[in-house]
Ligand binder design. Structure first.
Ligand code: ADP
Ligand code: MG
Length: 289
């Protein structure tokens, strides 16, 4: 018989923004000790944000963003959208052109502007001064994406875009730890990016460079070591791992494939609700015992 307490737990979950597939789902959370977290879209926002502007001597951030932002407004590239969002420029653009695989060009308020790979600027003899070349190399060494901006014959700036950590992620990891659970960051991204995200949110264990098809094997391996695993993810490439985990939690902001493969859905995509869900199920189960 399904204990009334489980049903009460399910209803309470809905109020908290947790959709639970069925009352029996909560039972499987009893022995969970490890929480595997996908990085992109789960711990991070999953979209590019402008995170730094490096300026050549004599340039201002305002003018760089005004000109580059207006130009990027006309492009659909994820880098362009990050720059345009940050800049909110209303400068006028003429003769916009996409230079395939290199960047964009156009006339902004009468200036001939280029944004893209340094190679694009070099084709117009705009070479990065040492200060910008160093900044670019340092950012790329950290695994970040950086593009150059130039106009009227000179390289003026380097813009850095990154996928940023959600504001709620760090607190959520703290809450999972307080419940005695071990968080593990799992990602297909490179080690440098993964380690810096993990450090920012307080995760010690990182499994990086994992191919989409291999995420499920990581969950199986942890289970074969005796761990009882909850997995939190949002992408199509997380679906198999979410299904394999003892408890699968999908971000409601994620893909249908992830939601369908999961036992719970965190409606608002707020990782703190994962901790709420695990806490709720413990409380619900201890009421039954
Ligand atoms: P990818 O986006 O996978 O890197 P693309 O062929 O779309 O491949 O672009 C190659 C590179 O050209 C980008 O990584 C970026 O450095 C530059 N680029 C392309 N489009 C833009 C743009 N709109 N703004 C800035 N840089 C761009
Ligand atoms: Mg592309």
């Amino acid at each position: 018989a399904t204990p009334t307490a489980l049903l009460v737990g399910t209803g309470r979950g809905a109020q908290m923004g947790i959709l639970i597939k069925g009352p029996e789902v909560l039972e499987s959370t009893r022995r969970i000790d490890t929480v595997v977290l996908d990085k992109t879209g789960t711990v991070t926002e999953g979209r590019m944000t402008l995170t730094a502007v490096h300026l050549a001597e004599g340039e201002t951030r305002e003018e760089v963003l005004r000109l580059a932002g207006a130009l990027e407004h006309a492009s659909e590239h994820p880098i362009a959208q990050a720059v345009a969002r940050a800049a909110q420029s209303d400068a006028t653009v003429e003769d916009f052109a996409n230079v395939e695989g290199l960047g964009v060009q156009g006339i902004v308020d009468g200036h001939a502007v280029l944004v893209g790979r340094p190679r694009l600027l070099e084709e117009w003899s705009q070479h990065l001064p040492p200060r910008l070349a160093d900044a670019l190399a340092a950012e790329q060494a950290e695994g970040r994406t950086a593009v150059a901006v130039g106009w009227d014959g000179r390289a003026r700036a380097v813009l850095v875009v990154s996928d940023v950590v959600k504001p709620t992620s760090k607190e959520a990891i703290g809450q999972l730890r307080a419940l005695g659970l071990t968080p593990v960051l799992l990602t297909g991204d490179n080690e440098a990016v993964a380690t810096s995200v993990a450090a920012e949110v307080g995760i010690d264990e990182v499994i990086a460079g994992v191919l989409p098809a291999d995420k499920v094997d990581v969950v199986k391996r942890l289970q074969s070591e005796g761990k009882v695993v909850a997995m939190v993810g949002d992408g199509v490439n997380d679906a198999a791992a979410l299904a394999q985990a003892d408890l699968g939690l999908a971000m409601g902001t994620g893909t249908d494939a992830a939601i369908e493969a999961s036992d719970l859905t965190l409606v608002r995509g707020d990782l703190r609700v994962a901790a709420d869900a695990l806490r709720l199920s413990r409380r619900t189960l201890s009421t039954i015992k």
